[in-house]
Design a protein. Structure first.
Length: 593
């Protein structure tokens, strides 16, 4: 029989961690039909890829995206697919669009993920046809998807739909027993529909958008552990997982996740948990030394299944003025971000009393880690109407003017128009030695791209390629810290197994989601800064990655959708390559051999 696609003579990685071999792959009906050491019969094959000198690996799995609105406007999700991602997960950080009505969902999502609310609301008003999880899954699956999609149910979405957004974000309000059982029932329905589990958010840093309840924290942050335990009980019964983010201001509460994950205390089994963290944060330089050993110890003692999501590249942030989520750590920062009008915000930033209040909270050192290191000497201006300031840090300007760094920061914003000043800093993962250690740390898994969110703040769509570049560079320099096959496993089958997604391997009988990589293209371009206009967001210029020399081709369900820097005709519009991957479908062994 003929093949639909043949990938000839590539260095083939199957995703399980086995050493690679030069093989030719034959793809038929969306499945890997042959993996051969000998040439395959190419007669009648319409698409042949010569992968000589290239790597052929399973498609990357991005386990932490916020494409929940973008997928309705551009189902191709091009920014991920062009970098080899063939499966994305939605519904992270307690945010999904399953149960909440359109206005509530827009208020929950927009400010937290820094996507203009008008476009989130418009996308939902135009495309939301569902009222329950089964209808949601069906609606997503009927889109002309580029990559495969799986999703979680967001706790904030769930809570708001039962309590109403007002009650769900009012301190002291707890669900009645009947309401709590309704939440558990709705979660069960989501799992029945094929969702992977539930996502939460403990940190009260994230705030609502809109006019009705603007600047309140997300609903999930108001939940008690009694409420969380009831919902985790559903996950345990169904063998599903939880994604969440501990409150860094109350680091001791992270222990609750281990306790609830535990398979002890008369429970049948543990619950897999994936927790968000900046593994090597500048604000807490010692934390990285206890994260891995501490997590492994607690997992062993408590028979728990907790891992932390790790971005395996330097965590570089950009900001236009004060439009950065880390400022929500301060009450004064939230007060400024509460104001949408530029003139009103500038007036507030110039107010002496406001500055005194901001300085008091800024200078106060809390116990435990914070998201941002608060060092304005490590915050460099990259764009500014006053060109003499470009390239300087706010701390340097403060030293020159003899003022507090926060005052220098606010002065520059007020003098030049707050949103006209663009600056950058690295908040985490800045030490190569620690990055190398984390790359092989079993208590973390690779993820946390936030793809589709924070459009002006960061771009990690290609984090998998950047990890592979670091691995390859270290090998060429004679100081290897990870084998390429192990890196591939960590980016594919390992996370697929943890989240319960049928993906991540590339063997005979597997779905043919694969990437062809030219290792010579793993050059400095993978770290370069780029912006691209987004037509479905009103022409907003967002940060992206552009390193097309690395990806020769990306294929989803056996269809080559991206090749030599170009998407196939009709991609994401009339051509459907991806599908919704429901939990509970047959999965194969993904652990390393």
């Amino acid at each position: 029989m003929s093949y639909d696609v043949i990938v000839r003579n590539g260095l083939w990685f199957d995703g399980t961690g086995k050493p690679p071999q030069v093989r030719t792959l034959g793809i038929r009906d969306g499945v890997v039909a042959a993996v051969s050491a000998k040439p395959l019969d190419e007669t009648g094959c319409p698409e042949i890829l010569d992968a000589s000198g290239k790597w052929v690996i399973p498609g990357f799995i991005d386990v932490h995206t916020h494409y929940d609105a973008e997928i309705l406007l551009d189902p191709g999700l091009r920014e991920s697919v062009r970098h080899g991602v063939t499966t994305v997960l939605l519904g992270m950080c307690s945010l999904s669009t399953v149960y909440a009505d359109t206005e509530d969902a827009a208020d929950l999502f927009s400010r937290v993920e820094a996507v203009p609310r008008q476009y989130v609301l418009g996308a939902l008003q135009q495309h939301k046809t569902w009222s329950n999880p089964a209808e949601y899954v069906k609606a997503i699956d009927e889109l002309p998807l580029g990559p495969n999609v799986a999703s979680l149910l967001g706790h904030s979405d769930l809570r708001a739909s039962v309590l109403g957004l007002d009650r769900a974000t009012t301190r002291g309000v707890t669900p009645t027993d009947a309401e709590l059982e309704t939440m558990a029932q709705k979660l069960d329905e989501a799992l029945d529909a094929g969702m992977l589990g539930m996502s939460g958010m403990d940190a009260a840093i994230d705030k609502l958008d809109g006019d009705r309840f603007r600047s309140r924290a997300l609903p999930s942050t108001f939940a008690t552990w009694r409420e969380r335990r009831r919902l985790i009980k559903v996950l345990r019964k169904r063998g599903r997982m939880l994604q969440s983010a501990p409150n860094v201001a109350k680091a001791q509460e992270a222990l609750n996740f281990f306790l609830e994950s535990s398979g002890l205390f008369g429970r049948r089994r543990g619950v897999k948990m994936s927790l968000l963290v900046s593994a090597d944060a500048k604000s807490s330089p010692g934390a990285v030394h206890v994260l891995g050993p501490g997590t492994r110890l607690l997992n062993r003692i408590l028979d728990a299944k907790v891992r932390f999501q790790h971005l395996p590249v330097p965590f570089v942030l950009y900001s236009d003025g004060i439009d950065l989520p880390v400022f929500e750590e301060f009450g004064a920062g939230t007060a400024a971000l509460h104001l949408r009008d530029q003139l009103e915000r500038n007036k507030l930033l110039a107010d002496p009393e406001y500055r005194r209040r901001f300085r008091r909270s800024f200078d106060r050192r809390k116990l435990g880690p914070t998201l941002w290191h608060r060092d304005f000497h490590d915050a460099t201006i990259v764009e500014c109407p006053d060109e003499t300031l470009i390239g300087k840090s706010f701390g340097q300007i403060a030293d020159e003017r003899g003022i507090h760094p926060l005052d220098a920061f606010l002065d520059v914003l007020v003098d030049n128009g707050e949103r006209n000043v663009r600056w950058t800093t690295i908040v985490a993962n800045h030490r190569p030695k620690q990055l190398d250690k984390l790359a092989k740390e079993s208590s973390v898994h690779m993820g946390f791209s936030d793809a589709g969110a924070h459009l002006r703040n960061m771009a990690f769509y290609n984090y998998a390629l950047r990890l592979l570049k670091r691995v390859r560079d270290a090998q060429l320099a004679g100081r290897p810290f990870l084998t390429t096959e192990r890196a591939v496993h960590r980016l594919t089958a390992e996370v697929a197994d943890w989240f319960g997604v049928d993906a991540g391997t590339l063997r005979e009988g597997d779905r043919a989601d694969f990437v062809v990589i030219d290792p010579k293209g793993l050059n400095d371009d993978v770290d370069a800064y780029h912006e691209e206009s987004v037509p479905f967001y009103g022409g907003l210029s967002r940060m992206v990655n552009r390193n097309d020399e690395a990806i020769v081709a990306t294929a989803v369900n056996g269809a080559v959708v991206f090749r030599n820097g170009e998407f196939r005709d009709g991609y994401g519009e009339t051509v459907k390559s991806g599908r919704y991957l429901r939990a509970g479908s047959e999965t194969r062994l993904k652990t390393p051999v």
